[in-house]
Write a protein that binds this ligand. Structure first.
Ligand SMILES: Cc1cc2nc3c(=O)[nH]c(=O)nc-3n(C[C@H](O)[C@H](O)[C@H](O)COP(=O)(O)OP(=O)(O)OC[C@H]3O[C@@H](n4cnc5c(N)ncnc54)[C@H](O)[C@@H]3O)c2cc1C
Length: 380
């Protein structure tokens, strides 16, 4: 299918594809096994300017938008979705600054995020606040010129590799959801320490860390948006970042299908390639239909809460279906660690969970539909 990509977009796709196929494929197994951070690939992304594809030129980026990032993340995820999080996790940290930052904050942080000199991260999740972000317990207390941060954040993607963090704390616990505020926090600030590193099923090249805050003082200028507006910052961020999760899921699905198909063409049983069996061909056709439908939806998706939730949910469900079938198509070897297919299946699962589980996406989609119907009813 031709999506009429511009020359610049096509260039981003080719650049990301070259890095994915020539540099990432040969090291993905190593990073999956060791859970080390892929700094050699970070360097490739820096050299190719991939960190800045969605950041405005005035802040050192290439001037594209969320769609340009989607294209890069999709290509990289065809080789390794864990390594794709170097870019996608940094973008998740950068979007709140792009969307709600003051001019000073943008000038201070975006150029380093655009060049990849410093990586980014975003964390709202806490031990007791997962799907329900309104249960945030970590606090930020204004004392003179500073906010003092206390509490624990969990499951921070890009963990200790990042240096610029967009984080959420309650500035007014009595106000619940309306007391949550967003802040920029820099690595190395006294009182900000890394806790446990999670051991994960998939995306193992991406470190997931607990963040601990113990009387951590940050300048009051690091507030993002207004006090109490944190959940608006988070929602606006998810509206632009969820298509990135969808792109990751789509890349995983495409990568898994391509590699399973290539294997099924050469693997012979009963004197013929296994792809000559109709059962295998139907699997292939179903995978290809799922992937094309997901891509069409992703590339056409306008920004907005409902559409972002839809495309994240749809593409991640496709990734789980396709990777499961890809393992089946390869038989026993598909289940083995030294063959790349099972990793796609492990990596796919997280796309149904983070940036809001798919149950939460479905809640949001239905809620928006009910709201839209009520608004349409009021106009009659
Ligand atoms: C590898 C990894 C990386 C992550 N990276 C980040 C990150 O960088 N930044 C960050 O902030 N967070 C991150 N997360 C956290 C992630 O977004 C949360 O795990 C996710 O939102 C779900 O929260 P939870 O784990 O507390 O599950 P829970 O909220 O406890 O949910 C448990 C189950 O209940 C269901 N459920 C809960 N509420 C409802 C409801 N109202 N309706 C229907 N079903 C419901 C859920 O869908 C789920 O199936 C990461 C998580 C993982 C595993």
């Amino acid at each position: 299918m031709d999506y009429n990509l511009t020359e610049e977009q096509q260039f981003i796709v080719e650049t990301a594809r070259n890095i994915a196929q020539q540099k990432i494929k040969k090291v993905r197994e190593h990073y999956d096994k060791t859970e080390e951070y892929p700094w050699e690939i970070v360097e490739e992304f820096r050299k190719a300017d991939l960190f800045g594809v969605y950041i405005p030129m005035e802040y050192g980026g290439l001037g594209g938008g969320a769609f340009e990032l989607v294209l890069a993340v999709e290509e990289i995820s065809k080789a390794c979705a864990g390594i794709a999080l170097v870019l996608a996790g940094t973008a998740l940290g950068a979007y709140p600054i792009m969307l709600y930052g003051t001019e000073e904050q943008k000038k201070k942080y975006l150029p380093d995020l655009a060049s990849g000199k410093r990586l980014g991260a975003f964390t709202i999740t806490e031990p007791e606040a997962g799907s329900d972000a309104t249960a945030t317990k970590a606090t930020a207390k204004l004392e003179g010129d500073h906010y003092v941060l206390n509490g624990t954040k969990v499951y921070c993607t890009n963990g200790n590799a990042a240096e610029i963090y967009s984080l959420f704390f309650s500035t007014n616990p009595a106000r619940g959801a309306r007391g949550i505020s967003a802040f920029i926090v820099e690595k190395g600030t006294p009182g900000f320490e890394f806790g446990r590193k999670e051991e994960k099923m998939g995306i193992r090249a991406s470190p997931t860390y607990q963040l601990n805050f113990d009387n951590c003082k940050i300048p009051k200028e690091n507030l993002l948006g207004r006090e109490g507006g944190g959940l608006l910052v988070a929602q606006a961020t998810f509206d632009v970042s969820r298509p990135g999760v969808a792109a990751q899921a789509l890349g995983i699905a495409q990568g898994a299908m391509d590699e399973a198909f290539a294997y099924a063409r050469t693997r012979r049983q009963f004197g013929q390639p296994v792809i000559s069996f109709q059962a295998m061909q139907h699997k292939l056709a179903n995978m290809a239909m799922d992937i094309e439908a997901a891509r069409a939806m992703l590339y056409q998706t306008a920004r907005g809460t409902k559409e972002s939730a839809m495309v994240k949910c749809f593409c991640s469900d496709v990734a789980m279906r396709v990777t499961t079938e890809a393992v089946q198509m390869c038989g026993g070897i598909g289940y083995m660690r030294d063959f790349p297919i099972e990793k796609f299946m492990r990596d796919a699962k997280i796309t149904q969970i983070y940036e809001g589980t798919n149950e939460i996406q479905r809640n949001e989609i239905a809620m928006m539909m009910i709201k839209e119907a009520a608004q349409a009813g009021n106009k009659k």
